[in-house]
Design a protein around this ligand. Sequence first.
Ligand SMILES: Cc1cc2nc3c(=O)[nH]c(=O)nc-3n(C[C@H](O)[C@H](O)[C@H](O)COP(=O)(O)O)c2cc1C
Length: 181
Amino acid sequence: MGTEIDIDDTRQLRDAFGRFTTGIVIVTTDVGGERIGATVSSFNSVSLAPPLVSFCIARNARAMAAWETAPGFAVSVLSRTQSHLSTQFARSLGDKWSGVGTRPASCVDAPLIEGALMWFECETYARYDGGDHLIILGRVVAAEAGRSVEPLLFFGGAYRHLAPRMEHEHVSRDDMWLHAW
Ligand SMILES: Cc1cc2nc3c(=O)[nH]c(=O)nc-3n(C[C@H](O)[C@H](O)[C@H](O)COP(=O)(O)O)c2cc1C
């Protein structure tokens, strides 16, 4: 038996969703010369062929108009030492870009965050209603791996780091391919 969650209680629901561990990415775009960026934990891979990823952005995000129109965006997957960037890009007000090393993406109009674990450049593929969020699907047109191999994790409302690999607990290649992974 577990503890029943009252899904009508926003706090409880948020905490329940927060029990699902994620990485953290910063999604960025450039609309009319203005750089846009937001921290999101709702990033996911969606499809291999075509290569698709998704994220959800709150309808009340200040940059919602940009996300509703941007033809493309970039995803910078944060590495272990970048929690300060996660915090910085989660602040609606203030200069998100101050002191942040960036370089332009090669295929889309968006900045890439230096020091990330992985970068994806995406053309906006579809937008869907996601309740109080907008679901954005991107078609990956370029990807680059960074030097870091240690991700920043998010669990229970707090930043976490990976624990060492579990010995003898590898997912076999066969099991992964069965599920198209
Ligand atoms: C760890 C973490 C994960 C977040 N994940 C999301 C998310 O998936 N979707 C979202 O809309 N906001 C998310 N946020 C909040 C946004 O980063 C924040 O509201 C951001 O400032 C929105 O940008 P804007 O209001 O300047 O457009 C997250 C914040 C943190 C700290």
